[in-house]
Each structure stands twice: as structure tokens, then as C-alpha cells.
Design a binder for this molecule. Structure first.
Ligand code: PLP
Length: 483
């Protein structure tokens, strides 16, 4: 339907003259657009307010185009543009992406993928009332921590447990509850910064503690801690160096020794484990990561770790420890400010139940499934994608399957890499950096953005993190646009 196109409008070939006023009146009215069947369907689905907004935005754009010497677009094109604008208005800002970066627990992409069982429990808890902090038997008020306290005690061997918003909150709360206005001893080799914003010295200050650095960057000994203890000391802390490794001539003090030193002076000993796997990952062919149960068995009074790193659950900070230490932590006013929502608790409980069952963990926990995915399986995915990636990239790129190394991510096990396979895309031209950037941008511009990694003069699409349910979407997006 081209009836609204003004013949001649915009054909002034480079003319900068103002468009004739007549062309403005050739634009359809808002009501005329609302009357188009496709737009009426949009109103039925999304309501009039957003549709009108999309129409007004489109008409404004059309008027601007006319002023610049363009022509009025035909009605079907206007309708299609309004639908596109409405689509953008109603689409979630938190967009689904296809992660081909090879980093499994990617903080910027939401970290762990939840188990289906956990997702179902979240949905169930959200649809109706749930006994979040209600004692069904006694008919009175309960404690929301009780939903996971038993499971955490069973899984870690702790006497008690509590949960908060994330591990940063867990560390902050534990420090404030156990050592406010006191000195806290930490090895100089463990003054960690995680992800740019979690910095041990800053967390200490915020919790009202005075950080006392012990030993040196590469070597800290038991006697360094002993001689640093004074009348104002309130706590000894060990922080897991999640995202770096100190190599060479090094020494650090182990949990058992630090716990013994602390207890000899009547002090609590706390460990910030960071990722904190609940079971020995070497069972799945993965590198060894320290376990909370090991620190507790060695005498730690408090151990904190994340829910959404290697555990593979929702964002949460888990605090396990002795009855006395956990009681102090739970009674601090910050605990109320940092408490978990029912969504998170539902997901965390379901995840912990999977661990307790010990049954088919690497199938039921998607994060563990990706981490332990066999290289042969990943290679087969890369080979299936090869032709589609070549077609998308075009003849100016060489595309082939190449071994690569995936990362666990989120600070977990930084020096350990997982053998993987990628679709490797290199430019044929000698200075192909710009071309690679452009190709990466085209992939990100897809309806479901595709994220790869540029390095060594190539774009790497690591297939470890391609989810089975995303493969068809990816291939469809790589197909050349239909004319
Ligand atoms: C990741 C990490 C944190 C922060 O945990 P969040 O769950 O991101 O709040 C703190 N300490 C260590 C050692 C970590 O690895």
C-alpha cells in the first residue's frame, strides 16, 4: 500500500530545501495507524499507552526525515516500524545472550546456571504463599534460615549456618559481628581484590574493623601472626586468593595452625573461601578447590562462601561455623538488612538438596555439567557450527576448529584451565584487527547477542559454554538474512 507516498518528495537529489508542508499532512494520523489490523493486535497484547508511544516516536522520526528532504514511507512500512519500536519497548532489558567466551561462571553474564529443580521451586514459591518464616507445627513465627540450616550443617559438618545476600555481605557481616572496633589480622599475601569492588581493606573499614597486615606479600609464617596479636586483636582472617596465585618462594599458614593460634589467645578464626565447592571436584576431572568442610574440620569458627560460584546455585553468601559465632552473626542488625528473599531461599534449598542426594550431580547442576563437559563433546559442537560461522563471517575470514582453554571464572581456580574447542575465526588480511572487531560486533548485534573472545589475532567462539537449547538459535542467527 504505497498510497501515502508523495510523488516527488525526497527526490530533490541532494536539495537541502525544507520539505513542503503538504508532505506533513500526508503522514497518517495516530488514529489511522491505530486502526490498522496489525496495530490493533499490538494494542490487544500490550495496551494502548505503549502502542501510542511507539506510534508517536515513529511519526516524529518520519517528520524529521521529511524535513531532511525524505519521502513519507508507505503505510505498511510505517506499521512495521511501529511494531519494531513496540518490540523494543516491551523487550526485557536483561537480555538473554549466547555465551561463547569459554568462561563458565561469568560474573558479567550472571554466574551459575540454576538446576531445573531450583527454577521450579522459585516459580512455585513466587506463585503462592509459602512458609518462609513460619513454624507450621507450632503455628507461630519461624526463622527463614531454618530452610537451609539443616542442609548446610549436614553438607559441611558445621554446628550452625546462616545465609545472606552474597559472599561480600557474608564477610562484611561476620567482620562487623565478630570484630567491630577491634584489630583483624590478615596475611599481606591475602589482601584480595575480587572483581574490582570487593577489596579486603575496604570491607574491613566498612565493618568498623582495623586491618593489621601480617607477614609479607610472598611469605607469612605462624610466628608473624603470634607476634601481631595484642590486647586489641579481635579476629584472625584467612582469605582464599581466588583470582591470583603467588608462585615461587612462598609460605602461608594453614587453617589448623591459624585456628590453634587464634584459640590459644581466645580469638575466633574466620576463613573467606570465595567460591567454596561443596564436594571434591577432582571427581569430575576438575582442579582441586578448598572445601568449607576442610576449614571447619581444621578448627575454623566461621567459613564464608558464595552460592553462585562453584556451588552452582543462586546469588547468596553462605556462613557456616560454630554455634557461638553464628549466633553472634545472626543477632547483628546488619543480618536483617542483608537477608535473603524467598526466591533465593527456594533456589538455594533445591540446590543443596541435589548435593545431599549425591545423585547425578553433573547432570542436574548445569554449571557442573558445563565444567565437566568432555572435550570430545565440545569438539563435535564446534564442528557442527563451522559451516554456519564461515557463511556468516564471509570469504575474508578463515574459519576452523581449534583447541583452546576455557576458564572456570568468577575468581575460582584462576591458573587452572579446562581443555576445550573453539570455532577459530581469523582475518585473511594482514591487519585484520578492525575486521575481527567488526565481526564480533555483528555477532553481538544478533537478536540473541553472541559473545566470543578476541585474542591472538582471532575471534574464538569457545563451544564449552554453548547450551544445548541455544544451538538451534545460534545457527538460525548465523544464516544469511532472507531477501
Ligand atoms: C568472589 C569472592 C568474594 C565475593 O563474593 P560475592 O559472592 O561475589 O559477593 C569474596 N571473597 C572471595 C575470596 C571471593 O572469591
Amino acid at each position: 500500500m504505497g498510497d501515502l507516498t508523495l510523488p516527488g518528495a525526497g527526490e530533490a537529489s541532494g536539495s537541502t530545501d525544507k520539505a513542503p508542508v503538504a508532505s506533513f499532512s500526508a503522514l497518517p494520523s495516530v488514529d489511522r495507524l491505530l486502526g490498522q489490523p496489525a496495530i490493533a493486535e499490538c494494542v490487544a497484547a500490550h495496551g494502548q499507552a505503549l502502542v501510542k508511544r511507539a506510534i508517536n516516536d515513529e511519526l516524529t522520526a518520519q517528520r524529521e526525515a521529511l524535513r531532511a528532504g525524505g519521502a513519507v514511507a508507505p503505510l505498511p512500512m510505517l506499521v512495521a516500524s511501529v511494531e519494531r519500536r513496540l518490540g523494543a519497548l516491551v523487550a526485557p532489558t536483561l537480555r538473554r545472550v549466547i555465551n561463547l567466551t569459554g568462561t563458565v561462571i561469568h560474573t558479567n553474564l550472571g554466574r551459575a546456571l540454576l538446576a531445573e529443580e531450583a527454577i521450579e521451586e522459585v516459580a512455585r514459591a513466587m506463585r503462592g504463599y509459602a512458609a518462609l518464616e513460619y513454624d507450621i507445627e507450632g503455628g507461630g513465627r519461624g526463622d527463614r534460615d531454618d530452610l537451609v540450616d539443616g542442609l548446610l550443617r549436614e553438607l559441611t559438618g558445621a554446628q550452625a549456618a546462616t545465609v545472606v545476600n552474597n559472599n561480600a555481605a557474608a564477610v562484611l557481616l561476620a567482620l562487623a559481628a565478630l570484630a567491630a572496633k577491634k584489630e583483624v589480622l590478615v596475611s599481606r599475601g591475602e589482601l584480595i581484590e575480587i572483581g574490582g569492588a570487593f577489596r579486603m581493606p575496604d570491607i574491613m573499614r566498612t565493618a568498623g574493623c582495623r586491618l593489621v597486615e601480617v607477614g609479607t606479600t610472598n611469605r607469612t609464617h605462624a610466628h608473624d601472626f603470634e607476634s601481631a596479636i595484642g590486647p586489641r586483636t579481635g579476629l584472625i582472617v584467612k582469605a582464599h586468593t581466588s583470582n591470583y596465585a603467588v608462585q615461587g618462594f612462598t609460605a602461608s599458614v594453614d587453617d589448623a595452625t591459624l585456628a590453634k593460634i587464634a584459640h590459644a589467645h581466645g580469638l575466633p578464626y574466620m576463613v573467606d573461601l570465595g567460591s567454596g565447592a561443596l564436594l571434591d571436584l577432582t571427581r569430575f576431572g576438575l582442579p582441586k578447590e578448598p572445601l568449607p568442610q576442610e576449614s571447619l574440620a581444621a578448627g575454623a569458627d566461621v567459613v564464608t562462601f558464595s552460592g553462585d560460584k562453584l556451588l552452582g546455585g543462586p546469588q547468596a553468601g553462605i556462613v557456616v561455623g560454630t554455634t557461638a559465632a553464628i549466633a553472634r552473626i545472626k543477632s547483628h542488625p546488619l543480618k536483617r538488612a542483608l537477608r535473603l528473599s524467598k526466591m533465593t531461599l527456594a533456589a538455594l534449598e533445591a540446590t543443596l538438596r541435589i548435593y545431599r542426594s549425591g545423585h547425578r550431580l553433573d547432570e542436574r547442576l548445569p554449571t557442573l555439567a558445563l565444567l565437566s563437559r568432555p572435550a570430545s563433546d565440545i569438539r563435535a559442537v564446534a564442528e557442527r557450527l563451522l559451516a554456519a560461522v564461515q557463511a556468516f563471517a564471509g570469504e575474508s575470514f578463515v574459519v576452523h576448529v581449534e583447541p583452546c582453554a576455557s576458564q572456570i571464572g568468577s575468581g575460582a581456580l584462576p591458573v587452572d584451565r579446562l581443555p576445550s574447542f573453539a570455532v577459530h575465526v581469523a582475518s585473511r588480511s594482514r591487519r585484520g584487527g578492525r575486521a575481527l572487531e567488526q565481526l564480533a560486533r555483528r555477532l553481538r548485534a544478533a537478536p540473541v547477542p553472541v559473545l566470543g573472545r578476541i585474542g591472538d589475532d582471532a575471534l574464538w567462539l569457545d563451544c564449552r559454554t554453548l547450551l544445548a537449547q541455544d544451538e538451534a538459535t545460534l545457527v538460525a542467527q548465523l544464516a544469511p538474512a532472507q531477501p
